[in-house]
Design a protein around this ligand. Sequence first.
Ligand SMILES: Nc1ncnc2c1ncn2[C@@H]1O[C@H](COP(=O)(O)OP(=O)(O)OP(=O)(O)O)[C@@H](O)[C@H]1O
Ligand SMILES: [Mg+2]
Length: 477
Amino acid sequence: MVVPVYGKNKRVAEEKITEGLVLTVAKAGKRIFVEYLSSSNSNPSTIIFQKDDDGKIYAWHQCPAEKSGYQKSCWHLGLAMVVFGINDSVIEAELISPPDQYTVQEDISQDFLGKPGEFVLLKLKPEEEITPVEIVPESSYPNGDEFLSRYRFPKTLLEKVFSFREQQKQRLTPEQISRIPSNVNYIPQGNEVTYATVSLLYDTWAPPLLMGPKGSGKSTMVEALAEILYLPICRVSGGIDVNADYLLGTKTLEPVESAPKQLIAKIALSCAKSGEPLLPEEIEQISGGQAIMKVVHEPGILLQAVTAGEIILIDEINVLIPEVTSILHTLLDWQRTITVPGLGEVKAHPDFRLVAAMNVGYMGTRPLNNAFRDRFRGIQVQGISRNTLLELLQQKVESKTAVKLADIYESLYDSVYSPTGATLTESCISLRSLLRAAEEISMGIASPKDIIISCLTESIESESERTQVKDLVEMRL
Ligand SMILES: Nc1ncnc2c1ncn2[C@@H]1O[C@H](COP(=O)(O)OP(=O)(O)OP(=O)(O)O)[C@@H](O)[C@H]1O
Ligand SMILES: [Mg+2]
């Protein structure tokens, strides 16, 4: 997106520098990084600028002004005029995506702020060779692929994604296309989406295993991966009812094409009467020895994904039964085959992909066996950052309430995960409940206070913990 930056944005930026809200100005190659606070009590953010030889300006930036189509001014972008010493009344900047790197080589804060940089988010590593990710302007993305810019993929990966998506667009049926997730609202927390996409697209086929605490965004990220690759998604959640039959399928009887309709109706009637499928000899008796039924294999969810070239999410992979992990073993090595009873070896479609996810770090989860674990590319999905949380909340409620909800979540988080003295168990914190509260507040069904207390406490089973959480929430409201 190309947006205008006005002289008045520059003037506000200069005022903010005087007020001390700009913390650091630093360089890495052609890029200039600025670390700033939006208001005196906010967390720092980073914006990156680059001016090409032909004068074109790029900005890696994410800002609430985007929602208003940049009708409201954005002083952060005004910093471009400050750092490049531009005095025009208006210039244009192409917004690339949120910042994609935080390591810089040179502190140039003295030139702009009159003091050395503070380096809260940015890291100064002069000795390290930095190869900045090459720019692919959004304007050159294929039609419909623009949403990919939020993932900040490096150029080589992005090109591979474009070509994989194009391949899928050519081959998938309308029914399959209807199962591809769209508009997935996953906000990357670091490089996790890049790592997972690389592991799905490059030939060293080791599927991603997303590991993170409850509510850390694993399932949402898998939806995002399916949207990125343009693949229909199938979902399996580990447990004792996930067995070989469920994954691979079972044999059933089906009428042959030439079978007379009356005989089929007679058989269906006998089945309905007995309440059970008929035995082959009973069918033979009704049909008088005529071949009217054949045995067919009704594919299970995994076999279907494997043969139709779709993406499958195996959630809670650490609670799969051994029968199932052994099926996955051969699928996950170079052979990429599964053995289906009655059908023999089935080779996976070249576009078939698998992603696994598991919760870590709380009761009831068990570690994966090493040989199995080794077949995956492990990826840590961190708990949500404050900035992302605020962004998600602000999509539903006004800023003040969003900040309050984020504060409550942070206090709960500390009480549950503090390494020195956790006072609450994990059942007391739920990002989903917090987002639900924001949703209900936006619907205006009760007072925000009542909604927050109800959403955050009522599903906690232990009465004493429920009271503790209620106290904590009330204190923050
Ligand atoms: N990075 C993120 N970007 C956008 N939404 C997020 C992010 N992280 C978490 N969420 C939101 O938090 C909620 C929980 O996320 P999700 O269901 O993906 O977590 P999960 O890790 O799969 O949890 P569980 O282990 O309980 O299955 C969802 O509403 C999701 O949209
Ligand atoms: Mg999940």
